[in-house]
Design a protein around this ligand. Structure first.
Ligand SMILES: [Zn+2]
Length: 188
């Protein structure tokens, strides 16, 4: 290995370590959603290795169909930074963004999106729609998937399994929850 290859390897490794650190944080936010009875998805927006916004899914508690984890993270960051453009940021999210969130991410000019599990029902980063990846927008986003795929998918599967069990045992469960089943078989 040449010294150039060696330093490239180190750079890649430290980037992966950073990505893992923030995706683990997103997973803790997803767990908060689960504790609140919401579909467990968490998101964190990072700039210069600092959190500028974070959130978890809470449309039921907030009576707000737009209260997805990504939107919460973007809103918090925009308020904190005093700017609706969130340049040079990376969004880490445990589940592939939907069309609404992909649109908001593009409007915010987020530079990079890293997500864990794919969403074969509503995913807008290639699974169902290509919104996040389309070159017809005037802003291009770097999109990477499959980071911590297993825990990102497992938290969703665990949540829905517990919900089905509760339904079978006659416990009333919020019928407004849609099951976003997760495909863990692929990554882009
Ligand atoms: Zn969404």
């Amino acid at each position: 290995m040449t010294s150039d290859e060696g330093s490239e390897f180190e750079t890649r490794n430290s980037k992966l370590e950073t990505d893992l650190k923030w995706m683990r944080h997103a997973l803790t936010l997803a767990a908060r959603a689960a504790e609140e009875g919401e579909v467990p998805v968490g998101a964190v927006l990072v700039k210069d290795d600092q959190i500028v916004g974070e959130g978890w899914n809470r449309p039921i508690a907030g009576c707000d169909p737009t209260a997805h984890a990504e939107i919460a993270a973007l809103r918090q960051a925009a308020t904190r930074l005093g700017n609706y453009r969130l340049l040079d940021t990376t969004l880490y999210v445990t589940l592939e963004p939907c069309v609404m969130c992909a649109g908001a991410i593009i409007h915010a000019r987020v530079a990079r999106v890293v997500f864990g599990a794919r969403d074969p029902k509503t995913g807008a980063a290639g699974s169902v729609f290509d919104t996040l990846l389309s070159d017809r927008h005037n802003h291009r986003i770097i999109c990477e998937s499959g980071l911590l795929l297993e825990p990102c998918g497992a938290i969703l599967r665990g949540f829905f399994a517990a919900r089905r069990k509760a339904q079978r045992s006659g416990v009333e469960v919020d019928a407004s929850l849609d099951e976003d089943s997760v495909d863990e078989g692929q990554g882009c």
